[in-house]
Design a binder for this molecule. Structure first.
Ligand code: NDP
Ligand code: 8X3
Length: 253
C-alpha cells in the first residue's frame, strides 16, 4: 500500500485530494493546524473507504515543529511514497506600496519556507531508498503576475523555481518532482483567507465557473498514477472561462 503525505488537508484542494486518494486505496498522512478538522476528515474517510490515516497537527512555517511532527510518525506510516506540498495561502490583495508586512511574512513563510521545511525532512528518506514522488501545488500565479497579486505571485514563482531545481537535484535519485498550476479554484477557503475573512470580498466566483477542488484532485491523482518511466513536470490548468490570470470571461455561471 502506498503512503501519501498531504500538507494542508483540512480544506480545499488538500481535503479533496485526501478523499480521492483514500478512495483509491492509499494510506494517508494528513496535516494542517486545525486538529478538529483533521479528526473529522479522518473519521469520515475511515467510514467511507476504510482508509488508514494518521494526522499530524503542526504549523509548517516552523521547522522545529514540522521536524517533531515528522519524527513522531508511527513505523507503519514512516515510509512516505508521495509528498503533496499543498499547504499555502494568499494573504491580502493590494498594491505593493500599501502592503502589510504581516501578510508578506505569512505568504513567504508558508508558501516558500513551509514547502522547503517539509521537503527537507521527507526527501532524505526518498533519496536513501531511490524512490519517491514530490508534487508541488503552484498556481497560474507562479507563471504570470496580476495587479495587486505581487507577493503571492512572487511566492508562487519561487515554488515554480523550487520545483525545477528540486527536479534537477533529485531525478538522479529516481525521485519524480511534479507540479500542478491551477487558476481559480472554488470549494476552497482560498478567497476567504486572502480577504481576511471578509465574505463579501471573497465572493469572487459569482459570475464565472472556476475549477473546483475535485477537478484539481483528479489531476493530482493522474500525475501520481503514471508508470514509473513517466514524470509529469507541470500541468497548467484553468476553468474554461479563464484564459489567463488577467482574462476571465465573467459572463455568468
Ligand atoms: P484552502 O485555504 O482551502 O486550504 C489551504 C490549506 O493550507 C489548509 O488546509 C490550511 O490548513 C493549510 N495551511 C495554511 N497555512 C498553513 C500553515 N501555516 N501550516 C500548516 N498548514 C497550513 O485553500 P486551497 O485549497 O485553495 O489552497 C491549497 C493550495 O492551492 C495553496 O498552496 C494555494 O496557494 C494553491 N492554489 C489555490 C488556488 C485557488 O484558487 N484556490 C489556485 C491555485 C493554487 P490549516 O488552516 O488547518 O492549517
Ligand atoms: C490562486 C489563483 O489567481 O488568485 O493561486 O492567484 S489566483
Amino acid at each position: 500500500m502506498q503512503t501519501i503525505l498531504i500538507t494542508g488537508a483540512t480544506s480545499g484542494i488538500g481535503k479533496a485530494t485526501a478523499s480521492l486518494f483514500a478512495e483509491k486505496g492509499f494510506q494517508l498522512i494528513l496535516t494542517g493546524r486545525r486538529k478538529e478538522r483533521l479528526t473529522a476528515i479522518k473519521a469520515d474517510l475511515k467510514n467511507k473507504f476504510n482508509a488508514n490515516i494518521h494526522c499530524l497537527v503542526f504549523d509548517i512555517r516552523h521547522f522545529e515543529e514540522t521536524k517533531n511532527a515528522i519524527e513522531s510518525l508511527p513505523k507503519a506510516f514512516a515510509q512516505i511514497d508521495i509528498l503533496l506540498n499543498n499547504a499555502g495561502l494568499a494573504s491580502g490583495y493590494g498594491p505593493i506600496h500599501l502592503g502589510e508586512i504581516e501578510d508578506w511574512d505569512r505568504m513567504m513563510d508558508t508558501n516558500v519556507k513551509g514547502l522547503l521545511n517539509i521537503t527537507r525532512l521527507v526527501s532524505p528518506d526518498m533519496v536513501s531508498k531511490s524512490a519517491g514522488h514530490i508534487i508541488n501545488v503552484c498556481s497560474t500565479a507562479g507563471h504570470e503576475v496580476y495587479p495587486n497579486g505581487n507577493v503571492y505571485c512572487a511566492s508562487k514563482h519561487a515554488v515554480d523555481a523550487l520545483t525545477k531545481s528540486m527536479r534537477l537535484d533529485l531525478h538522479k535519485h529516481n525521485i519524480k518532482v511534479s507540479q500542478i498550476s491551477p487558476g481559480h479554484v472554488e470549494d476552497t477557503e482560498f478567497a476567504k483567507v486572502r480577504f481576511h475573512g471578509d465574505q463579501n470580498k471573497a465572493n469572487i466566483y459569482n459570475d464565472f465557473v472556476p475549477l473546483n477542488a475535485t477537478n484539481v484532485a483528479n489531476i493530482i491523482y493522474f500525475m501520481a498514477s503514471q508508470p514509473s518511466n513517466v514524470n509529469i513536470q507541470d500541468i497548467l490548468v484553468m476553468g474554461t472561462q479563464q484564459a489567463s490570470n488577467n482574462h476571465i470571461h465573467r459572463s455568468g455561471r
